[in-house]
Write a protein that binds this ligand. Sequence first.
Ligand SMILES: Nc1ncnc2c1ncn2[C@@H]1O[C@H](COP(=O)(O)OP(=O)(O)OP(=O)(O)O)[C@@H](O)[C@H]1O
Ligand SMILES: [Mg+2]
Length: 327
Amino acid sequence: MTDSTLLTVNGLQTAFHTEEGAWLAVDGVDLTVKRGEIVGLVGESGSGKSVTGFSLIGLIDPPGEVVDGQVLFNGTDLCQLTEEQLRQLRGDRIAMIFQDPLMTLNPVLKVGEQMMEAILTHYPETDKAQARQRCCDALAQVGIPSPESRLHNYPHEFSGGMRQRVAIAIAMLNKPELIIADEPTTALDVTIQAQILFEMQKLCREQNTALIWITHDLGVVAELADNVAVMYAGKIVEYGPVKDVLQQPIHPYTEGLLNSMPGSAQPGSRLKQIDGMAPTLTGREQGCSFRPRCPYAHPSCAERAPEVSTLGTRQFRCYFPLLKEAN
Ligand SMILES: Nc1ncnc2c1ncn2[C@@H]1O[C@H](COP(=O)(O)OP(=O)(O)OP(=O)(O)O)[C@@H](O)[C@H]1O
Ligand SMILES: [Mg+2]
């Protein structure tokens, strides 16, 4: 761990318990995030992105359970903290932004009241007038016009895009060291999405806040992130600097995701889909989980799941990596 390391996740496993047994939605995730770094966590639906995000901050409820691993935040293992200790961290040093801003916002309280509460819960000694000013500044920072009067509005009085900006403003209020954002712009139109990405990136850079941005959209990752972790069937199958991973994917799954991105095909030609479906929790294969869909699969891929291999700044889980140029 270097001084600039903020978060180190080691061998994180999260299971959902059913009558048939425990199924691993997160299956051995390792991840390091530096202060101020923006990491994109991408993968198809069901790959385990949200469960990973929730597991990091102790928000997994039964029948789910973090069954193994460490989440070291500034060296403290969050998996060992009590619910009360976690509550103190959340909304202060670590914040979460959800796809639906109403998961953060209380519909029956005015935005100003909720913002004040977000400050005063963690810092009760704060002067009220100063706290109010901070709320105004936070709304202005995320591009909400007339913030002073907007403090008196209820969440339903904001448009979807503005409501998400309010949720982001609340997340940023106590200047967190880490924000975990789970598809916060997926429901918004592309222009608003682009504005919010730009503003989040700017704010995180200014405040040296690290950001884990969960999305299924590699285009968003390309715009926003420094590094990208590609998730498949509960594992990070490829990790590295965004430019390198997008220009020269090493894992066949990443290559498949890139080929299925709008804009990757020649005009008039069809986008290439990845064959087959992402496996369900209970339908995962022995060996490499991507094998049934992989154009390069070899019988030996069925034997054992590949461990993590490292090549410079890149990491991948594959026995037959796409290393054409590197060879
Ligand atoms: N409460 C739950 N009970 C049982 N299984 C669950 C629960 N929550 C998630 N899962 C399962 O865990 C796996 C990972 O789900 P997760 O929500 O993390 O996927 P995701 O990558 O975030 O997908 P999406 O892009 O659709 O949001 C899925 O197979 C899902 O069905
Ligand atoms: Mg999700």
